[in-house]
Write a protein that binds this ligand. Structure first.
Ligand SMILES: Nc1ncnc2c1ncn2[C@@H]1O[C@H](COP(=O)(O)OP(=O)(O)OP(=O)(O)O)[C@@H](O)[C@H]1O
Length: 901
């Protein structure tokens, strides 16, 4: 039996075994008024914030030491020791210095990447509704204390461990704790001591999700004391920086490392067996290992992803699951909500239709300043009974408020309802008889109903649904007439065609006394109110940008087809309109075709969203899908990228999403796709740029070992190249802006390899140039009388200068970039100058000559070095031209192409 011991030492039962009143008494709370504000503050002081302890992070010293944990570093350290034992202290010191410098750079970059990702966790903090001093208020969930009375609502996340005090069909998804995904019904009844966690139906546990209903509950444990806190160490590492791509590259890198180390060991053995001096062979083996192993690759991938994530945050998209960064670049279809994502969700009633008249409503926003006009003339509402009744119904069947704030009027509640409060206020209607019962609005039902003290039932909702409940309608004089269904429908559609959201209003008396809202009577249609919701300013541009980028945009809305089509047309969405009933009637095998053709989906239920996603996926589309409600969760999970709204979205939607938009704006999805493509581009560019250096160095050394004779490049010199070139030229790469044409090409096919054949050919081409240039000049210069030190200096400069010119090749995959590159990214120009300066130092500064065994070279040698570098640049540019896609190849063409649609 679980026993809780009070500070007094008296034993009490666990909260789930006690009644709600007992739990409230134990915790000094109140099941109606909650804690007092000062008491809550005092408790917060004592109990600390309601947060889970930060996952135990390794200390900085350990993290620094971990930088040395790699096979390559072991090889280097070993070679430093052997070099020192052999008496070559300068070489040993240089190797050690480089290893330490490398670790510092790795440590700093890792810290930056981690910081960018940790910031994401902080951004997804949640809030909680708590009752204190009898008033409901929204506070950060970190401020909750034991004894607090919390309000739970469908869509929310349970913010602490709670004892349910009241349940109105409350259901909770506890899969985060129990693994069981079917929602569990909650009620306040006490359970026995034997009940395991999953059976404690009177408890709600931190981190679980409310999928249905409402309720109140008393906080029994916060922070680390919660059940989630107890298993926290299991989920603490959730932010590990891993994606399919990082794993693939890490695997590739490990494979190459093992192969090169094997090759190096083999070189050493064969050399020694052939009777060559062991020290010399060791040097060759170490140089080979250092030069050929692409040790920086996994780190670069992680850092590029982390930078991408940080850039997305700046553009209002928070990535919740890192693989989404990769998937974004391949997105082929974006399915987006209309209200709030493509439009501003700032509703204003512009027209009221009743009794055969169309009344115009002036004014903007939620300010109750405006007039009601009939044919341009102000009207007295008293003389227009239908108008008064329609506006009154809008106010009665309503949970929103408008409150003055400075010069503005602020909305509290649902924008659709806010618009109705405002339109009533413009006619001077600001109160209705008290409400005795409510049937809340639900997307599936499409209407809301209220019963008032004067015995009147008011209903408002979609025109189709409300008309189905009516058999009469008001005429101009306020008398009841038989309902003219086709005429009202026609009128509503005409208003919809103007892009207005149309709601119908009806009233009646309960079917029988005391019947309430369970059985609605047959109603009288009072009228329609049509409201305007402006498209977001950036929506049309973003839709156009998506189209140019080969991405289809599809609007999915609960609104009427006419309204949806009109708004779609305003933002440039053209295509067929498909409605919820159309989707329901469409057999599975025909759905993919139909969905492919349609651009606007109207009157869609959240369940149908799942079918839409599956239909598109059956066509190999990569889908980003937005959603905000509890019912959207399955579709968000099914989509390749689930996108939740940060402002209007429920916690359930956010939990299911891969990405959360902080501004709810469609344009942010487009921005995230652009960044996703950019991340991929930068990765590919970096890899294509960096690999030839490794391959080239490997080839030069293997050639030297096979042919015999002096090594063209020593381990310290290889280290020097790795340090200077990667740092001075590689870092500007990370800051490289996207190609201008990034949104002018088709989405990346996720099935394609990272390095396509033309790019692999390019890597080999440059590697071959490096081999021929470096190895050839090494021997030629010596034949011409150059010393060994001079010839090796020339080899190092061939590599440095070719990497420099090749960098400009790589700034754009398919376009010449020399001059544009410098202008676009000044860091590249700065890096280039820095590299030249450093290489001059390497070649001419006496202390560098001592440290690295370099030697001054003459102008002729420089000319030959430059010739190799320029030749490499020219050949790659030629290859770019040759591999540029022809027009008919464009459709299926993959990575970066230079065409414009
Ligand atoms: N608060 C409300 N009370 C009654 N009826 C409403 C209310 N809000 C919307 N409706 C009606 O229900 C229909 C569907 O609304 P719903 O909320 O499902 O769509 P939406 O979520 O606003 O649109 P979108 O899917 O584009 O975000 C609306 O067209 C309207 O006729």
């Amino acid at each position: 039996m679980e026993i809780v011991t009070k500070p007094s030492g008296r034993e009490i039962l666990a909260p789930y075994q006690r009644t709600t009143a007992q739990v409230a008494a134990d915790l000094g709370g109140d099941v109606k008024a909650g804690l007092s504000v000062p008491e809550a503050a005092a408790r917060l002081e004592r109990s600390g914030p309601n947060t889970l302890p930060a996952p135990r992070r390794r200390g900085p010293v350990v993290r620094f030491l971990l930088q040395f944990h790699s096979p390559l570093i072991y090889v280097l350290l070993l070679s430093a020791v052997i070099t020192a034992v052999l008496g070559d202290h300068v070489d040993a010191a240089v190797i050690l210095g480089v290893v330490i410098a490398n670790a510092i750079v790795g440590f700093a970059q890792e810290a930056r990447a981690e910081k960018a990702l940790a910031a994401l966790v902080a951004m997804t903090q949640i809030s909680a509704t708590v009752i204190r001093d009898g008033t409901a208020r929204v506070i950060p969930s970190t401020d909750l204390v034991p004894g607090d009375l919390v309000v739970l609502e469908a869509g929310g996340k349970v913010p602490a461990d709670l004892r349910v005090a009241h349940s109105d069909d409350l259901q909770i998804d506890e899969s985060a704790l129990t693994g069981e995904s079917a929602p569990v019904s909650k009620d306040p009844e006490a359970v026995t001591a034997e009940a395991v966690l999953a059976d404690r139906h009177n408890m709600a546990y931190s981190g679980t999700l409310v999928t249905h209903g409402t309720g109140t509950a008393i906080v029994t444990a916060t922070g680390a004391a919660t059940e989630l806190g107890l298993i926290h160490h299991l989920v603490g590492q959730a932010t590990a920086v891993q994606t399919p791509l990082t794993r693939k590259i890490a695997r590739f890198s490990r494979l190459v490392t093992v192969a090169i180390l094997g090759l190096a060991a083999l070189t050493f053995l064969i050399g020694v067996l052939r009777g060559q001096p062991a020290a010399e062979m060791l040097t060759a083996a170490v140089a080979l290992a250092v030069g050929a192993i692409p040790e920086g690759l996994p780190a670069v991938v992680t850092i590029t992803l982390a930078f991408g994530v940080a850039r997305m945050v700046r553009r209002n998209a928070i990535i919740r699951r890192l693989p989404a960064v990769e998937t974004l670049g391949s997105t082929t279809v974006i399915c987006t909500d209309k209200t709030g994502t493509l439009t501003e969700n700032r509703m204003t009633v512009t027209t009221v239709a009743t009794g055969g008249h169309l009344y115009d409503v002036t004014g903007t926003g939620y300010a109750p300043h405006g007039r009601l006009l009939l044919a341009g003339h102000p009207v007295d509402v008293g003389a227009h009974p239908g108008l008064g009744a329609t506006l009154k119904a809008g106010l009665a069947c309503n949970d929103a408020h408008i409150v003055p704030e400075g010069n503005e009027w602020k909305l509290v509640g649902d924008p659709t309802e806010g618009a109705l409060v405002t339109s009533a206020a413009k006619a001077g209607i600001d109160s209705v008889p008290d409400r005795v019962e409510t049937l809340p609005f639900a997307s599936e039902r499409q209407y809301m109903a209220t019963l008032h003290q004067d015995g009147i039932v008011y209903v408002k909702g979609s025109v189709e649904r409300v008309l189905a409940l009516c058999d009469t309608q008001l005429d101009a004089g306020g008398a009841s007439q038989p309902l003219d269904h086709p005429a009202v429908t026609e009128l509503a559609e005409a208003l919809g065609r103007q892009g207005l959201r149309v709601l119908a209003f009806a009233s009646g008396e309960p079917a029988a006394p005391g019947a309430g809202l369970d059985a609605l009577p047959s109603l009288t249609l009072l009228g329609l109110q049509a409201m305007h919701d402006p498209p977001r300013p950036a929506a049309a541009d973003a839709v156009r940008a998506c189209r140019t980028a080969g991405i289809q945009v599809k609007m999915i809305t609960g609104d009427h087809a006419e309204t949806a089509a009109a708004i779609g047309a305003q933002i440039g969405l053209s295509g067929e309109v498909m409605t919820g009933p159309d989707i329901a009637a469409c057999p599975d095998e025909q759905l993919p075709d139909a969905v492919e053709r349609a651009a606007v989906f109207a009157r869609v239920s959240p369940e149908q969203k799942l079918r839409l996603v599956r239909a598109l996926q059956s066509r190999s589309h990569v889908i980003a899908m937005t959603g905000d409600g509890v019912n959207d969760a399955p579709a968000l999970k099914q989509a390749d990228i689930g996108v939740a709204m940060g402002q209007a979205g429920t916690e359930v939607a956010k939990e299911s999403a891969d990405m959360v938009l902080t501004d709810d704006d469609f344009a942010s999805i487009e921005a995230a796709v652009e960044e996703g493509r950019g991340v991929f581009d930068n990765l590919v560019k970096f890899i294509v740029w960096a690999l030839p250096a490794n391959i080239g160095l490997g080839l030069v050394l293997v050639a030297a070992i096979v042919i015999g004779g002096e090594l063209p490049i020593l381990p310290v010199q290889v280290l020097w190249l790795n340090m200077t070139a990667i740092l001075v030229l590689g870092l500007p790469f990370a800051l490289e802006p996207h190609d201008d044409d990034i949104m002018h090409r088709p989405p990346r096919d996720p099935a394609l390899p990272l390095i396509t054949r033309p790019l692999a050919a390019r890597i080999l081409l440059v590697s071959a140039i490096l081999l021929t240039g470096a190895f050839g000049l090494f021997h030629w210069e010596q034949n011409q009388g150059a010393s060994l030190a001079e010839a090796r200096t020339i080899v190092v400069n061939v590599f440095a200068m070719t990497l420099l010119t090749y960098l400009f090749n790589c700034l754009s995959m398919h376009r010449p970039m020399l001059l544009r590159g410098i202008r676009r990214n000044p860091w590249v120009g700065a890096g280039a100058l820095a590299l030249i300066a450093i290489q001059l130092l390497y070649t001419y500064a006496p202390f560098m000559n001592d440290l690295f065994r370099s030697a001054p070279i003459n102008a002729g040698a420089w000319a030959r070095v430059t010739a190799v570098a320029v030749l490499a640049y020219a050949l790659v540019e030629l290859a770019k031209r040759l591999t540029r896609p022809s027009p008919h190849e464009r459709k299926n063409y993959q990575p970066p192409s230079a065409f414009t649609l």
